[in-house]
Ligand binder design. Structure first.
Ligand SMILES: [Zn+2]
Length: 140
């Protein structure tokens, strides 16, 4: 069974410091809650060598990131504190990745939601969604 993805939901991990919490730590935390893997399909993090996108849960599996939308929308998380706007380098890299991902899936580059668009949450907090959406449409 393959999933017909319809878009991407943007999250923030609300880590205290992006250099302190890595994707492997998030994976361990989510597994400790009884989930089969990290809830997000992708995480962008910066552990001191510049931002990069890390593969999380395989795209062959539904996510565990957005109630009611896990079977149709991929989860992409900024590994950032809730009150810190991701830097431009991180936004550019995320936008380039997401534009390519949406293109590869045959989806419009506008098929991007904030978690707060879909669930009762402040996530993705400080991520500048309007700016990110424009950057994705431009391709980074
Ligand atoms: Zn979220």
């Amino acid at each position: 069974m393959s999933i017909r993805w319809q878009g991407v939901v943007i999250h923030c991990t609300e880590s205290r410091d992006t250099s302190e919490l890595q994707t492997d730590d998030i994976t361990a935390y989510h597994k400790s809650k009884g989930w089969q893997d990290i809830g997000y399909h992708f995480v962008i993090e910066d552990i001191g060598v510049g931002p990069w996108v890390v593969a999380g849960r395989p795209m062959s599996l539904p996510g565990a990131h957005c109630i009611g939308f896990n079977y149709r929308y991929l989860g992409f998380a900024f590994n950032c504190p809730a009150d810190v706007v991701p830097g431009n380098a991180m936004l550019v890299k995320a936008a380039r990745f997401l534009a390519g991902l949406l293109d590869a899936l045959g989806l419009p580059r506008t098929a991007v939601f904030a978690h707060s668009d879909l669930n009762d949450t402040t996530c993705p907090d400080a991520v500048p969604m309007a700016e990110l959406r424009q950057m994705i449409v431009r391709g980074g």
